[in-house]
Write a new protein. Structure first.
Length: 353
C-alpha cells in the first residue's frame, strides 16, 4: 500500500473523535437520564463497522463477522453525557476490530521473518535466490501493513478538550488533582472487600475485614485522550473509577460502562481505627494506641494465653464511594491526612459544578 495514501487516510476524522467540554455550573435539566439499550447496541455496531471500514480502506478487506456481547447492568448517566458514553463504546469496538488485525498481522510477520532467516542462513541458500527475493518482498509488504494498522490502532481514541468557564473552576480542579497526587503516594491503599463479626469473644477486634492492596494513579482509559490530567481508582472486585474534569467513568468492561456526573458520585470520609501487626505498619501511618491479642472486657490482657502480646491500634483514612444506583466501595488509606484532604477537595470541586 502507498505510504502517502496511508498517512492521508490516518489523518481523516474516521479514526478519532473530538469533544469540547465547558466545565462550569450545570442546570437541573442536565442531570439524570439513562442510555437505552437500542442506543447502546447502536454504538457497539457502529464501532465494529468503523473498525472494519478502517481496515477495508487500508487493505480492501471484507468485513468480519459480528461479535456478540450482552449488557445487563442498569447504569445511571447524566443526560448531557450520553453522547460521551456512546462514543466510548463505539471506540472500544472499533479498537477491538483493529487490535485483532494487529495480532494477526504480527503473527504473519513473525512467521515470514522466520522463513526468511531460515532460508537466508541455509547452506543451500545459493539455490534459493528467487525464494529469498520473494520472501524479502513479502516481508516488506507485511511490515508496511502492520505499521499502518498499528497507526490506526494508536489513532482510535476520543479526544476531549476542556474549556473552563472561569479561572476558579480550573484552579479547583488543579487542587483536586494535587490532593489526589498526595493520596496516591500514600504507602498503602486497600480496597476493603468484606467484613464480618468476629465470633472469637477473646479477640481484641470485634470485626474481621478482608482487604486487598490496590493502586491509584494518574491515568485515563485507553479510548480517551484529554488536555487535562485524569486520575484512576483501582477497584479489586468491580469496575475501576476514572475521574475527568467534567465526569467520572465507571469502567468494568467495554460492555459495562457508566459515565457519571460528579453530583451522582458521593465520597464520604471517616477515620477508622484498625488493629495492625507491628511488622505491617506503614511509615506514614499514625499509631493511636495499643491493645492485647487476647483481651478481657476491661481491656486487660487475658493471662490464660501464655503467648499473648500487644497489638498497636492505628488510624486509617476511610473513603466510602456510593451512588443511589448501587455503587458501594470502601477504601482504607494508610495516611489518613491524605485521604481527608482529598475528600475535602472533592467536595469543594463537586459543589462548584
Amino acid at each position: 500500500m502507498d505510504t502517502a495514501l496511508q498517512n492521508d487516510f490516518l489523518n481523516q476524522s474516521l479514526i478519532s473523535h473530538q469533544i469540547v467540554f465547558t466545565v462550569g455550573k450545570r442546570t437541573e435539566t442536565d442531570r439524570v437520564s439513562s442510555l437505552d439499550e437500542s442506543k447502546f447496541q447502536e454504538a457497539k455496531n457502529k464501532g465494529r463497522e468503523l473498525g472494519n471500514d478502517i481496515l477495508k480502506q487500508l487493505f480492501d478487506k471484507v468485513e468480519y463477522g459480528k461479535i456478540e456481547s450482552h449488557f445487563n447492568t442498569e447504569r445511571l448517566n447524566s443526560k448531557n453525557l450520553n453522547s460521551v458514553r456512546e462514543k466510548i463504546i463505539n471506540l472500544y469496538y472499533q479498537r477491538e476490530i483493529i487490535t485483532d488485525e494487529v495480532a494477526k498481522l504480527s503473527e504473519k510477520h513473525k512467521t515470514l521473518n522466520g522463513q526468511y532467516l531460515k532460508t537466508k542462513n541455509s547452506i543451500f541458500r545459493f539455490l534459493y535466490k528467487k525464494k529469498l527475493l520473494r520472501l524479502t518482498e513479502e516481508l516488506e509488504e507485511s511490515r508496511t501493513a502492520l505499521e499502518a494498522v498499528k497507526r490506526a490502532q494508536t489513532e482510535s481514541y476520543l479526544n476531549i478538550r476542556y474549556e473552563f468557564e472561569t479561572v476558579e473552576f480550573k484552579d479547583k480542579y488543579s487542587d483536586l488533582v494535587s490532593a489526589f497526587t498526595s493520596l496516591k503516594n500514600s504507602d498503602k491503599i486497600w480496597d476493603m472487600t468484606y467484613s464480618e463479626a468476629n465470633t472469637d469473644t477473646k479477640a481484641a477486634a470485634q470485626t474481621s475485614m478482608h482487604r486487598n492492596e490496590v493502586v491509584f494513579s494518574i491515568e485515563s482509559i485507553p479510548a480517551i485522550k484529554t488536555d487535562e490530567k485524569s486520575f484512576y481508582f483501582e477497584n479489586y472486585n468491580g469496575g475501576d473509577f476514572y475521574f475527568y474534569p467534567s465526569f467520572i467513568i465507571y469502567f468494568k468492561t467495554k460492555d459495562d460502562i457508566a459515565v457519571l456526573d460528579y453530583s451522582d458520585l458521593q465520597l464520604h470520609y471517616s477515620e477508622a481505627r484498625f488493629l495492625e501487626e507491628s511488622k505491617n505498619i506503614q511509615t506514614d501511618t499514625e499509631i493511636v494506641g495499643e491493645t492485647w491479642y487476647r483481651v478481657n472486657r476491661d481491656g486487660s490482657p487475658d493471662k490464660r494465653f501464655v503467648n499473648n502480646y500487644k497489638i498497636p491500634i492505628v488510624l486509617y483514612g476511610s473513603i466510602h464511594i456510593k451512588t443511589e444506583s448501587g455503587i458501594n466501595e470502601l477504601y482504607y488509606i494508610s495516611n489518613f491526612q491524605n485521604a481527608k484532604h482529598f475528600c475535602e477537595q472533592y467536595k469543594l470541586y463537586q459543589s462548584m459544578l
